[in-house]
Every structure is written in C-alpha cells, then in structure tokens.
Design a protein around this ligand. Structure first.
Ligand SMILES: Nc1nc2c(ncn2[C@@H]2O[C@H](COP(=O)(O)OP(=O)(O)OP(=O)(O)O)[C@@H](O)[C@H]2O)c(=O)[nH]1
Ligand SMILES: [Mg+2]
Length: 386
C-alpha cells in the first residue's frame, strides 16, 4: 500500500521524476498496431469512434513543449508534497476541534458538550458521535485523563478505530485481470470526471497502461472534459458522437482495451439522481453489456461522493448500491471548507471500502485513503497550536 504522507513511495517518485513522459512502455500502442480493435469497435456500434489521445499517446502534455502544460505540471507536483493537515486544516471540522482544545484547557462537561456539537456539525452522525462522546465522558469521569493532551490521544484513537475497517486500498493489479475495469458513478457534480483524470495520472505514474471511456454521453462538454484529462496524462479516450449509448461506448472501450492489452480501463458515466429511473437503469445495462465480454467486469464500481454533501451521502450510497452495486467509495472535496465528518458516517453505515479521497482539483490531489493520516489532518497537531 502506498503511504504518501509518511514517505514518498517509489511510484510517486517515478511520477514526479517523469510526470507526463511515456512510461517504460507506451500507454497505448499506436493505432497502426491495433486495427482490429478499431474495426471491432466500429462494427459493434455502426458509429465512428473518436480515440482522442491514442494517436498522440507518446506526445504527452509535457512532451508537447507547451509551456502552459509544463506550468500546469509543475503546479501539479507541488501540492502532492503538501500534507493532509495542510489540506484539511481549513475544514470546519478541523477548525472546530482546534478551537475547542484551545478554549477548554480543563476537561469538563462544557468541553464534552462542545466536542459533541462539533462532531454533529461536521456530519459525523448521531450514532457515532454519541458513542465517541459517551466513551470519553466515561473515561473523564474515571479521571483517566489528567489533561487535554491525553484526551486528544484518546479521541484520535476513537476516530481512527472507526475508519480503520474501511481503509482498504484498491489494487488494480490484483488477480491479473487485464484490463482491470473501473466504472465511476455518482450524482451530478461530485467529481467523477476529475477523479478519473487523477486516477489516470496515478496509474500512469505506476507504469500501467490506461484507457478512458467517455461514458457520460449526456453532455458534449463531458466528453471534452475527459479528453482534456486524457491529453494531459497522455492517455487514450474512447468516445462516440453526442447522444450515443453509454453502454455501447464502454463496451467498445473494453473491446479496445482487451485487444491493446491495456492494464486499466476507467469508464466515466453521467451524473444521475436516484429519482431519474431511466438513468439508473442505464447503469444496470452497462453492467449487463460489459458482462458479455467479461463476466467479472466491472471489477470495481467506484461511487464518488462529494465530501461537502452531508448526510445526503447516505441515501446516495443506498441508491447506487441497489442500482448497480458499489465496491468502493471516493470522497472528494475534503479540502477547503468541507466538513469531512461524512466519512465517519459512511464507514459506520455501510462499511464499504473508501479507496481514495480528493484533497483538491489537481491531478496529484487524490490520496489513497489512510485512516490515521485523515484523522491526524483533522485534529490539532498539539495543544496550543493548530
Ligand atoms: N476542491 C476540490 N474540487 C474538486 C475535487 N474533485 C472535483 N472537484 C471539482 O468539482 C467540480 C465538478 O467536478 P467534475 O469532475 O466535473 O464532477 P462530475 O461528477 O464529473 O460532474 P458531472 O459529470 O456533471 O456529474 C469541478 O470544478 C472539479 O474541479 C476535490 O477533491 N477538491
Ligand atoms: Mg463528469
């Protein structure tokens, strides 16, 4: 497992050293080597296929000589070195906790009441908040804590324990599945397409070949957005004309990925609400159609949740789990003013693996979820500071 925040792992080092340049092997062979893939895909749909970056996979953004791209890349690398605390410190949750510890050097009932309010306000959820505060109250009553520092340690342990079970990183190399198919789903605007761009960046940095499928056929702009990420990461994007059938695009992409021997296929989908029955049915269709080529695909259904959503995230998970099954979560937008507590509520309610968290908008702002790093990012580093 990659632990960026503790020590720079080799993969991250590689990514930083050769950010946009093609890896040991090109991400995608030139189309001339894959006529069957293109032909098969065209045949399957009767429509032309736009393979936006495939022809230029080796001409990555950095290799393009475009100063704007180079600058963006330089920008991208800097935040990767910034810690979780740096990113989470601005959240209401972190600021609330810091303020309580500052204002209450004495561990009394007022301290615990404020802590309770802070956890509830941050969307930790009633059940988890009550359990944590009751446990701390019991220990304060028994005078286990002489000072706030000791309670801070206990609170940290309580919070980490609740997230540890969902700290289950995604291993796209597991089981030798090729391509490993990831389907990203979620409501509108949660960060699906951005997450796909970040994942492409990450997997390329791990020297894996990646293909993207523009399965959000709802808006023309969605295809362009994905293609921009594809170009930045020198990764091919399989897309069709606007109004195309999403399942057909993703099916084509899987055929192409198989014939190219691609390591990871990541499919985008349109944002949808649980009330949009037709769109929810479309997800079941995608699974059905992929199953014709690979009964196990998609190998990962990543539900993307906006970290600022609050308790509504719970009903989102429920709905998508029923519609297509969900195997992992990505919680985005935990930087800035996000409350972040919803991560605890999700962990308690579903126990679904939290694969990644989004700590910003850049390619390097996706972290493998780590319970301790996340909690440490929220809690004051030490008392009197933070
Ligand atoms: N601050 C912050 N912004 C993010 C993060 N992830 C995504 N965003 C922003 O959220 C906005 C929506 O992101 P998209 O990736 O377009 O979301 P989407 O789910 O694909 O949206 P639809 O396709 O319209 O459903 C964009 O402005 C992103 O830059 C994150 O981790 N932190
Ligand atoms: Mg999108």
């Amino acid at each position: 497992m990659l632990k960026f925040w503790k020590k720079k792992p080799p993969a991250e080092d590689k990514a930083a050293a050769a950010p946009e340049a093609p890896a040991a092997e090109p991400a995608v062979p030139p189309p001339a080597q894959t006529p069957l893939a293109e032909a098969a895909a065209v045949e399957a749909t009767g429509r032309g296929i736009a393979d936006s970056a495939g022809d230029h996979a080796a001409d990555g953004a950095a290799a393009s000589g475009d100063p704007a791209d180079a600058a963006a890349q330089a920008d991208d690398d800097a935040p990767a070195r910034r810690g979780w605390r740096d990113r989470l410190a601005g959240s209401g949750f972190a600021r609330g906790l810091a303020s309580i510890f500052k204002r209450h050097p004495v561990l009394d009932e007022a301290f615990l009441d404020e802590l309770e309010t802070c956890l509830l306000t941050a969307d930790v959820g009633v059940a988890t908040t009550t359990a944590i505060v009751d446990e701390l109250r019991r220990r304060v009553g028994k005078r286990e804590f002489a000072e706030a520092g000791a309670l801070l340690d206990a609170l940290r342990a309580e919070l980490v324990a609740r997230l540890k079970p969902v700290e289950q990183p995604l291993d796209v190399g597991a089981g030798g599945r090729k391509p490993f198919v990831i389907l990203t789903v979620g409501v509108n605007g949660v960060g699906k397409t951005t997450t796909i761009g970040k994942l492409a960046h990450r997997y390329k940095g791990e020297f894996r070949s990646v293909l993207l499928a523009a399965g959000d056929t709802f808006r023309a702009a969605a295809v362009e957005q994905l293609q921009t990420w594809g170009t930045r990461n020198a990764v091919s994007v399989i897309a069709q004309g606007s109004g195309a059938d999403s399942a057909s695009v993703i099916f084509d992409a899987l055929q192409t990925a198989r014939s190219r021997g691609t390591d990871v296929l990541i499919a985008d989908t349109a944002g949808r609400l649980h009330t949009q029955g037709g769109l929810m049915d479309e997800l079941a269709k995608i699974r059905r159609v992929l199953g014709k080529l690979d009964p196990e695909a998609p190998h990962e259904v990543l539900l993307v949740i906006d970290g600022t959503t609050g308790q509504n995230a719970i009903s989102q998970v429920r709905t998508f789990r029923e519609a297509i099954g969900v195997t992992g979560l990505v919680v985005t937008k935990l930087d800035g003013t996000a409350k972040g507590g919803v991560v605890f509520a999700l962990a308690r309610e579903f126990g679904l693996p939290i694969r990644y968290v989004g700590l910003g908008e850049r390619a390097t702002d996706l972290r493998v979820f780590d319970a301790a790093a996340f909690v440490d990012g929220l809690l004051p580093a030490s008392l009197g500071r933070g």
